[in-house]
Structures are given as structure tokens and as C-alpha cells.
Design a protein around this ligand. Structure first.
Ligand code: NAG
Ligand code: NAG
Length: 292
């Protein structure tokens, strides 16, 4: 019975609410996802993902969503973080699949496409990895925090170490809800300047840069050193083309510190370059070159 399911290959099946379906109305909670505010009613129902039925899944039904939701091509939010029993978190759908033996391994993985330049959709695999979407072997790194997809990164560099950033090591966290790679000001500002970027003013807490769209061919790879191995992110992945502009995928903000160390948040820009495997069983993350 146990297997892996490609969650993006089929639609997650939805339910229509009926008063009797909400067997267990536990609480009304508010969740903030970026700037989206949801007011939810929590209940428990069976959820169908692909052809796997997950019984007794606690879910929140949004009874109010902000307008921003209308502009996004999403139907909801699925949490894949760690369960913090101290905070009385309910198991998410993946943890439920694992504890009920519905998937072959406590691993999920993401392939992120290159937006319109890619004819393939992004993918979330529950229960394993999909070799059609990556090449080579995985590079693994152990987690450094109990309830977070966080690990130690050795440094970020350009030109095989001619320029180093966070060179004494730092902490990094995978964040599939973040578009950009966000890092400390003292690393990301000089990195963007070395890449030839110029600052752009944007509303919000982030400092952003842009490149001359005609110079993209000359942009070097940005190299992430993780567990002593080099992961090279090409400009095809770290440049965000938007409204005729070419934004740098590296943004900075104040206060990027975690556990007393410099801290990087690795979002979609990073995951486009590297197929990412979240291995809950072994408490590690694996990266392989994404196949575009
Ligand atoms: C990662 O964790 C595993 C299991 O605890 C351990 O055997 C291995 O040595 C660790 N690797 C590193 C690089 O710390
Ligand atoms: C960058 O870091 C590497 C590894 O510590 C080191 O070998 C190299 O000399 C550093 N580069 C510079 C310019 O300091």
C-alpha cells in the first residue's frame, strides 16, 4: 500500500462544507502567511491526495481571506513544518500520511520550475523523490534546529572563493513560502554589488537590487558551500524577470541573525536550482541539481 505520490500530478480533492462534516470544531484561529490573513474554522476530515486517502486530517477552512488571495493561483496553504508538541500543534497532512503508513518514506521533495521559461509545472512529491526532475547525487546536510528545516552553511562565494560572504559559517533555513534568497545586509549588499547590481527602491523591509537585462549572460554562478560541497546557482535561477526588469533574487534585511550567527533564508530562487529533499526520518535535507 505504502508508496510515493506526486501531489502536483493530480488535484487535491476538495470538500464542500456541510455543518455535519466539521466533526470537531476546535478553534477559530488566524494565520498570517506573508500578508495574507485567513480566519479559519478547524475541523477533521478525510483528505484525498492523488489516490491516497488520509483519514482524520485536521484542517482549517478559511472563512475570510484577504483580496490578495484572488490574485494568486493557489487554493490554500499546506504546512510541511515540524510539529511542535509543546505548542499543541496538530499533525499536518504529511505527518499523518507517515504515521498511518500511507507513504513509503518520511521524505517529501520539491521541484520548482523556472516560471514561464519552463514547460513543466513545479512538483511536490510526498513519500520520496522523483528522478525525472534532478541529475546527479544528493548532497545532504543535517538539521541544526529541532523544529525547523535549518542547517549550517559554510559560506557563500563567487569565482571559487575569490569573494566570500558569511565566510565564518552561518545558519540557513529552507523556506518554500519565500520567493527570494534573503540574507544579512553585510553579505547580500556586497554580493549584489560584486554581481553588478544596483539598488532599487521597493516598499517593505527588504533591500533589493536589479541588473541590466542585457548583461545577464555575464553574470557568474553564486556558489553555496554546504557540508564542504559546492552548489552553484546560475543566473538563470537567481535573476527574477518581472515587468521588463531583471531583479536580483538576493535581498537583504536587518536582523538576519539566528542562534547568534548570520542567517540566510533560502526560498524559491534557491530551490529552482536545486531539487530539495526534506528527509524527516533522518533529520536532514538533500540537494541535487534540478533538471530543467
Ligand atoms: C549527520 O547525522 C548522522 C546521524 O546522526 C551522523 O551519523 C552524521 O555523522 C552526521 N553528519 C555530519 C556531517 O555531521
Ligand atoms: C574564501 O574562503 C576560502 C575557504 O575558507 C579560502 O580558501 C579563500 O582564501 C577565501 N578567499 C578570500 C579572498 O579570502
Amino acid at each position: 500500500m505504502a508508496k510515493a505520490v506526486d501531489a502536483a500530478a493530480t488535484e487535491i480533492e476538495y470538500f464542500s462544507r456541510n455543518e455535519n462534516d466539521c466533526v470537531e470544531v476546535v478553534a477559530v484561529v488566524a494565520v498570517v502567511v506573508m500578508v495574507i490573513v485567513l480566519t479559519m474554522v478547524v475541523g477533521a476530515l478525510a483528505v484525498l491526495i492523488g489516490d491516497i486517502e488520509v483519514p482524520s486530517q485536521v484542517f482549517g477552512e478559511a472563512t475570510f481571506v484577504s483580496d490578495l488571495f484572488d490574485r494568486l493561483k493557489i487554493d490554500g496553504v499546506v504546512g510541511l513544518g515540524f510539529r511542535d508538541i509543546a505548542k499543541r500543534d496538530k499533525p499536518n497532512v504529511f505527518d499523518n500520511m507517515v504515521s498511518q503508513g500511507l507513504v513509503q518514506a518520511p521524505v517529501f521533495s520539491f521541484y520548482m520550475n523556472r516560471m514561464e521559461a519552463d514547460d513543466r509545472q513545479s512538483r511536490l512529491m510526498l513519500g520520496g523523490v522523483n528522478p525525472e526532475y534532478y541529475t546527479g547525487d544528493f548532497i545532504y546536510v543535517n538539521l541544526t534546529a529541532r523544529h525547523k528545516w535549518q542547517f549550517k552553511m559554510d559560506r557563500v562565494q563567487l569565482f571559487s572563493g575569490m569573494e566570500n560572504f558569511s565566510e565564518n559559517g552561518c545558519q540557513a533555513e529552507m523556506d518554500s513560502t519565500s520567493t527570494m534568497i534573503i540574507g544579512p545586509r553585510r553579505d547580500v549588499i556586497p554580493l549584489n554589488i560584486k554581481l553588478g547590481g544596483r539598488p532599487v527602491s521597493m516598499p517593505g523591509p527588504y533591500e533589493m537590487f536589479e541588473f541590466d537585462c542585457s548583461s545577464l549572460d555575464n553574470l557568474p554562478a553564486v556558489e553555496f558551500i554546504i557540508n564542504g560541497k559546492k552548489l552553484s546557482l546560475s543566473s538563470e535561477d537567481y535573476v527574477i524577470k518581472m515587468d521588463g526588469r531583471c531583479l536580483s533574487g538576493f535581498a537583504s534585511r536587518k536582523g538576519m541573525l539566528r542562534d547568534g550567527q548570520r542567517f540566510w533564508r533560502l526560498g524559491n530562487v534557491f530551490m529552482r536550482g536545486f531539487y530539495t529533499q526534506f528527509d524527516k526520518g533522518n533529520r536532514r535535507i538533500g540537494f541535487a541539481q534540478a533538471k530543467h
